[in-house]
Design a protein around this ligand. Structure first.
Ligand SMILES: [Zn+2]
Length: 254
């Protein structure tokens, strides 16, 4: 029952995340009714039920019958699934209860990571508002856990300086300034060990995907591959699984 409840909450939040993904990079207001991307008709409430409306309309706009993007059901489903997975692993690792503030914090972080992932993939933009909100949430969480403030602040600063150095040396070709700012927030959320693991996962998956795309000749060596999706993926893996993964890594020395 609880899992189903979290899944349903997740797909509704996922439908809101779709709004953030498409409006924040264009500096549009996130308030106001949703409309069709093609004919701009305002959608009725019955067209806005997550997943279900997409299935009932067989993926087409009710008015102009143009094909709707698979982004909408994918993000909704992904958010639902990640809410359930996050709850399952968080209760396993940290004995969270459903009303634990730490679980709610984690679900907010997951939501922010999904927006960063898709917005950067689609528009090559990391919305500043999401980075800022995640930074504020992490700061509030640290106020509840004062012993973590110094190590997490230092981790964020070091990650920021590392990303800034590469950004300056590569004249912004390695990654954009949005990634530099997000690196600080990653450190703030994850702390020293967590941020190293997250970056390790991000670079490993980023390099793997990059090589595959080049071999497939989908991308040239000089074309842009957005990096925030890998940072978001690394952050999620580290947030939930660092306590399981770290003891198995070959460089584990502490
Ligand atoms: Zn339409």
């Amino acid at each position: 029952m609880l899992v189903l409840f979290l899944f349903l909450i997740g797909i509704f939040i996922g439908s809101f995340l779709n709004v953030l993904i498409d409006r924040l990079p264009k500096d549009k207001s996130i308030l106001g009714r949703s409309y069709c991307d093609f004919c701009k008709k305002t959608l009725k409430t019955k067209d806005l039920i997550p997943l279900l409306s997409f299935i009932l309309l067989s993926g087409k706009c009710r008015y102009c019958h143009k094909k709707l993007s698979y982004q909408y059901p994918t993000v909704e489903l992904l958010t639902g699934l990640l809410f359930v997975i996050t709850y399952q692993f968080a209760t396993l690792n940290f004995q969270f209860s459903i009303f634990n503030y730490q679980l709610i914090y984690y679900l907010f972080v997951v939501s922010g990571l999904i927006v960063l992932f898709v917005a950067d993939l689609k528009y090559y933009i990391i919305p500043d508002k999401i980075t800022t909100v995640l930074g504020i949430l992490a700061s509030i969480f640290l106020l509840f856990n004062p012993e973590l403030i110094i190590p997490h602040l230092v981790s964020g600063s070091l990650a920021f300086l590392f990303f800034l150095a590469v950004y300056i040396l590569t004249k912004g070709r390695g990654w954009g300034f949005g990634d530099v700012k997000f690196a600080f927030v990653m450190g703030l959320i994850l702390g020293p060990i967590g941020v190293v693991l997250a970056l390790y996962v991000a670079f490993l998956t980023g390099a793997t995907v990059g090589i595959i795309l080049i071999l497939w000749r989908k991308k040239g060596l000089k074309s842009i591959i957005p990096f925030a999706p890998f940072l978001a993926f690394g952050t999620y893996i580290s947030l939930l699984f660092s306590e399981i993964i770290i003891p198995h890594l070959p460089f584990y020395l502490w």
